[in-house]
Design a protein. Structure first.
Length: 212
């Protein structure tokens, strides 16, 4: 049976529009690190590289290669860890906004459990040979653990996320929690090329710990 993350992993990927405390285990990802405005063409090409690698894994059986433990599945959604460059972060004040050029990111797509490091690296070579992209050499394979985190579904434009983060921050204060990282994670449930901003759905998440 095909593994569909929207059905099988609702707790992780389909939270409600209210803050929820969740324990996120270690997952494997193709990742790509960069900085700058996500509206620039370079960012789109970086995203394309990640999708090419991810579909390279999924389509292996059609190329006569069936990895140990392979099962059919829906490719996982694009995710991103975001913060500001160090100098911009130190000057940032809530409510003042920020320059998109000051963003730093690690975008990623999760890979199924059967994907080993050796398989992932071999796939990068194979995909790069068939689908040249200047970003292919920047793609990494990593294991990442979010651990204890607060997450919430954000409905609307990316530019309006601050209101959702404010709700999450208030929840943390009530629960005696505080952020444990300058990064926050975004999981994109909508394709911005096909969805008007007011109907976009994005999971917002950040790591937390108990206040000392």
């Amino acid at each position: 049976m095909k593994h569909e993350w929207r059905k099988a992993e609702k707790e992780t990927y389909l939270p409600k529009a209210k803050p929820t405390l969740i324990e996120v285990p270690t997952y494997s990802y193709y990742t790509l690190t960069g900085e700058g405005n996500p509206n620039d063409e370079d960012f789109g090409e970086a995203v394309a590289a990640l999708y090419a690698m991810s579909y390279g894994i999924k389509m292996m059986p059609k190329k006569g290669i069936t990895p140990d433990g392979y099962f059919d599945y829906t490719v996982y959604p694009l995710e991103g860890l975001w913060t500001l460059k160090e100098e911009a972060f130190s000057d940032f004040k809530e409510g003042d906004g920020f320059n998109l050029d000051d963003l730093t990111y690690k975008i990623m797509i999760r890979q199924p459990d059967f994907v080993t490091e050796a398989l992932a690296l071999e796939n990068i070579k194979a995909v790069s040979a068939k689908k040249p992209n200047i970003n292919n050499e920047r793609v990494q394979f990593e294991r990442i653990t979010d651990g204890s985190s607060i997450q919430m579904l954000h409905k609307g434009a990316y530019s309006e996320e601050e209101a959702t983060f404010a709700i999450m921050d208030a929840y943390c204060k009530e629960q005696g929690l505080q952020r444990n990282s300058p990064y926050h994670r975004e999981i994109y449930l909508s394709d911005p090329r096909k969805t008007v901003p007011e109907k976009q759905k994005t999971v917002l998440r950040y790591q937390v710990k108990a206040i000392d």
